[in-house]
Structure formats: structure tokens, C-alpha cells
Ligand binder design. Structure first.
Ligand code: IPE
Ligand code: IPE
Ligand code: MG
Length: 246
């Protein structure tokens, strides 16, 4: 992958959401439609990840969050989980240098204790190496579940209360946010789910309180820049009220 071409055209007057989150769904169906094993769909899904990161940089998106593997996905057959781990390993090894060269700052959210040691080390390295970058904040949700994330935050806060660091009455929305894995990342403005399913599947439950949702009928391996631009155009036409009267 080459150096990503820079920025939107001067004529591009789109209102680009600051933070786009994507539930990348439909790899299995994409493969089944071709009479291929599910793993081929996951492999093609990695190409779509690459395309989407590149398009996000080009469109001037500041934060991109990708749902790669859920807490619940560990329930899949061992062979599929192992294929997905292999692809994750390969992606991290092959893409890190390019992502770094392109100024992408990587952050991983989710329970990484469940990953093999070498994958954990690759995840740590990706975060460390890219920590000073500023062009695109790429967050990858791996072994992530929003309920698990919230439960973790509750435990952290309960510990602080028990230790007398804060009082129960001082627990605010800000305190909860500070104990989520997404601390420091603005809430998503736009959430896209591919594959036609219209559900959130335990992704960013707290953070998506006022996010705009777009459900696209495309299967994730077919997702490209045109789909992203279409979603952004759709987003630009929405009126966000945040509960107020405009
Ligand atoms: C998304 O595609 C990838 C992961 C959840 C890891 P799926 O594997 O869920 O594909 P479908 O939904 O079965 O088509
Ligand atoms: C959501 O997709 C998780 C990811 C895309 C990583 P799933 O395919 O796991 O969701 P369900 O099972 O259809 O709700
Ligand atoms: Mg799915």
C-alpha cells in the first residue's frame, strides 16, 4: 500500500462526520454467495478494512472505529476463531508500517487478555509505535463488548468509592466516561452497519446515545469509498437535535 493521497478536494463541501464507527458485517454471507468457505469472506473483509482506512484519510475523517471481533464472537467454531486470529496477526504484521507511515494512530479497545501472547504483543506494538500520529485516529474493537466494557467501568468506580477516592454521590456521566475504554475519544457521530442487519450487537452502547445510524445493504467485503461517501451524504442531510428544539 502506498502513501495515502491527501485530503478532500477543495470543491468537496460535504459535512464530514468527525467520528465514524462501523460494524463490519457480512463476511460469511459474502463467501457463501460464492460457494466459498467463511474464511474467504474474512480475508476479503481485510481488503475492505484497508480501503476504508484509506478512504477515511482521504475524506478527512478524524476518528474511525471498526468493530472487528466481539466478545460474543468467541462463541464461534474454534476453526473460524483461529482463522480470524491468523488474519489479525497477518494484518498487524503486514500493515503496521504503512499505517504508521500514513500518520495513523492506532488504539485497540476490548479484552485483550483473551488473545495469544504474540497477538497481544503486536497490539501493544501497534499502539506504541503510532502513539504520536495525528492524521487519523483508528480504533479497532477486538474482543469488545459494550456490556463487558460498562461492567468493567462499574468495577473500577466501585473500587474508587471503596478506597474513599470518590463519593458515591460524585459519580457523574463524566466519571463513567473516564472509566470506559474509549476515554478521550469523542462519541461517534455516524455509525454504519453493513450486511443489512439492523442491530447494534453490543457495540458502543454508552457512546452511541446520540449517534446517527445507517444500515447499508452491502456485505462488508464489497464496502468501498463510494459506500462511505454515500453514508456521509446521508448523514449530512440529517438534523441532529440532541433532545433540544432547533
Ligand atoms: C463479520 O462478518 C465479521 C465478524 C463478525 C468477525 P460475519 O462473519 O459476521 O458474516 P455473516 O454475518 O455471517 O455474514
Ligand atoms: C457484530 O457482528 C460483530 C462484528 C462485526 C465484529 P455479528 O455477526 O457478530 O453480529 P450478530 O451475531 O449478527 O448480532
Ligand atoms: Mg455477522
Amino acid at each position: 500500500m502506498a502513501v495515502f493521497s491527501s485530503q478532500t478536494q477543495p470543491s468537496d463541501t460535504r459535512t464530514v462526520p468527525r467520528h465514524v464507527a462501523i460494524i463490519m458485517d457480512g463476511n460469511g454471507r459474502w463467501a457463501r454467495g460464492r460457494g466459498r468457505p467463511r474464511t474467504m469472506g474474512h480475508r476479503a473483509g481485510v481488503d475492505a478494512v484497508r480501503r476504508t482506512i484509506e478512504a477515511s484519510v482521504a475524506l478527512g475523517i478524524e476518528y474511525l472505529t471498526l468493530y472487528g471481533f466481539s466478545t460474543e464472537n468467541w462463541k464461534r467454531p474454534e476453526s473460524e476463531v483461529s482463522d480470524l486470529m491468523g488474519l489479525l496477526r497477518l494484518f498487524l504484521k503486514r500493515e503496521l508500517a504503512t499505517l504508521h507511515k500514513n500518520g495513523i494512530k492506532i488504539r485497540i479497545i476490548g479484552d485483550r487478555s483473551r488473545f495469544a501472547d504474540d497477538i497481544r504483543a503486536l497490539l501493544d506494538k501497534a499502539e506504541e509505535q503510532t502513539s504520536g500520529n495525528t492524521r487519523l485516529n483508528l480504533t479497532i474493537a477486538l474482543s469488545y463488548g459494550a456490556r463487558a466494557e460498562i461492567a468493567h467501568a462499574m468495577r473500577e468506580i466501585a473500587r474508587k468509592v471503596a478506597a474513599g477516592e470518590i463519593s458515591a454521590d460524585a459519580i457523574t456521566e463524566d466519571i463513567i466516561e473516564q472509566n470506559l475504554s474509549t476515554v478521550g475519544i469523542p462519541d461517534p457521530d455516524l455509525l454504519i452497519r453493513t450486511s443489512g442487519e439492523q442491530r447494534i450487537s453490543n457495540f458502543l452502547l454508552w457512546q452511541s446515545a446520540y449517534t446517527e445510524f445507517i444500515f447499508e445493504d452491502v456485505l462488508w467485503p464489497d464496502f468501498d469509498r463510494a459506500h462511505l461517501e454515500k453514508a456521509i451524504d446521508n448523514f449530512a442531510g440529517r438534523e441532529r437535535r440532541f433532545g433540544a428544539v432547533i
